[in-house]
Design a protein around this ligand. Structure first.
Ligand SMILES: O=C(O)CCC(=O)C(=O)O
Ligand SMILES: [Fe+2]
Length: 331
């Protein structure tokens, strides 16, 4: 394994062992939603330990890490499906299993009951009719920078994106609050609970209103502090700012500007994995033109919980009733 500040290259031996185990499990009918616990599965415990070394959480200043080589042992996943729920070939199913095994070596993988049918490995691909939506299935408009599942107190600590296909080299862009150089006064403004963040359009719409954004919601802090520095909760497209105080509005605008300035677009070639620290970094995607002919950009996404505290006050939030799904618990 080679490691630099922002990239880990897994060795071919580990990639081969992971592929062997993933194909074996997928062929025997195991689904990513019901993965075995490798840590307690005899010989596979070694695999779990080696995966954990490669799948270490990203360093917290930059907020991301690229992992390559780990998925080199898989065959062609076939053409890009037209919808996240479409069937995929046996190689793609084995890749889903490998993603689950790798992610589980870092922390606890989970999903959302109302998102992609409660699956634990999501398909991120352009979907006809959703081109202009601010969701992973959008395409012709840039996807604005956001914290994943910012509206929820149980949002993931780590977002794992895996590139299946990316013909136009549209990377994922990442920006860390720790590189923004905001002033103490700006941080102090952003700690005020003045932004209501609602679920995004990838969640089933609420019964009581046409859009989540129309629902009444309490304000939350945009910036909070962990032991090692500032953290962020930010999704302006799905937010309502609850004040007209210029001191807050200026700080919120400065944050947006600085995030653009310090954003890095990460190259994504097939097999690349991007790990984003969802507490310090936001992510986004520029626009692209889908062709819907099986060759479109296709990512896989998994969300991971770590044993890392968040502000105690978040425990009182209801998360808009969105329920997490855990592996092996049925759906
Ligand atoms: O398509 C991308 O690069 C990122 C999409 C996204 O925001 C997500 O999958 O959470
Ligand atoms: Fe996202």
């Amino acid at each position: 394994m080679q490691r630099s500040a922002d990239r880990v290259i897994a060795g071919p031996g580990l990639a081969e062992r992971l592929a062997r185990e993933a194909y074996r499990l997928a062929r025997s009918g195991v689904r990513p939603e019901d993965p075995p616990n490798l840590r307690t599965t005899g010989a596979a415990a070694d695999l779990a330990a080696d995966l954990a070394a490669v799948m270490a959480p990203p360093e917290r200043h930059r907020g991301y890490r690229l992992v390559s080589g780990l998925l080199d042992g898989f065959g062609d996943p076939g053409s890009t499906p037209e919808h996240w729920k479409d069937d995929q070939n046996a190689d793609a199913a084995a890749i889903d299993m490998a993603i689950m095994l790798a992610a589980s070596a870092m922390g606890d993988v989970f999903g959302w009951a109302e998102q992609q049918d409660g699956r634990l490995v999501h398909n991120i691909l352009p979907i006809r009719g959703q081109e202009t939506l601010q969701v992973g299935a959008g395409s012709v408009e840039p996807l604005a920078r956001h914290t994943e599942d910012a509206f929820h107190p149980g949002r993931p600590h780590i977002l794992m994106l895996v590139c299946m296909r990316n013909p136009e080299s549209v990377g994922t862009s990442v920006a860390s609050v720790r590189r923004t150089g905001l002033t103490d006064a700006e941080y102090a403004q952003l700690e005020r609970p003045l932004v209501a963040i609602t679920p995004d359009d990838s969640y089933g719409a609420p019964n009581t209103a046409h859009r989540w954004l129309d629902r009444e919601a309490r304000g939350v802090a945009t910036v909070w502090w962990a032991d090692d520095g500032p953290c962020l909760r930010y999704d302006p497209v799905y937010s309502r700012v609850l004040t007209d105080d210029p001191a807050f509005l200026d700080a919120y605008a400065a944050l947006g500007t600085r995030l653009v300035e310090c954003e890095a677009e990460l190259p994504l070639t097939p097999g690349d994995i991007v790990l984003v620290d969802n507490d310090v970094a936001v992510h986004s995607r520029r626009s692209f033109r889908p062709s819907y002919d099986g060759t479109d950009r296709w990512l896989k996404r998994t969300i991971i919980r770590l044993d890392r505290p968040r502000p105690a006050g978040e425990a009182a939030e209801d998360g808009f009733g969105q329920r997490a799904v855990e592996p092996g618990r049925g759906r």
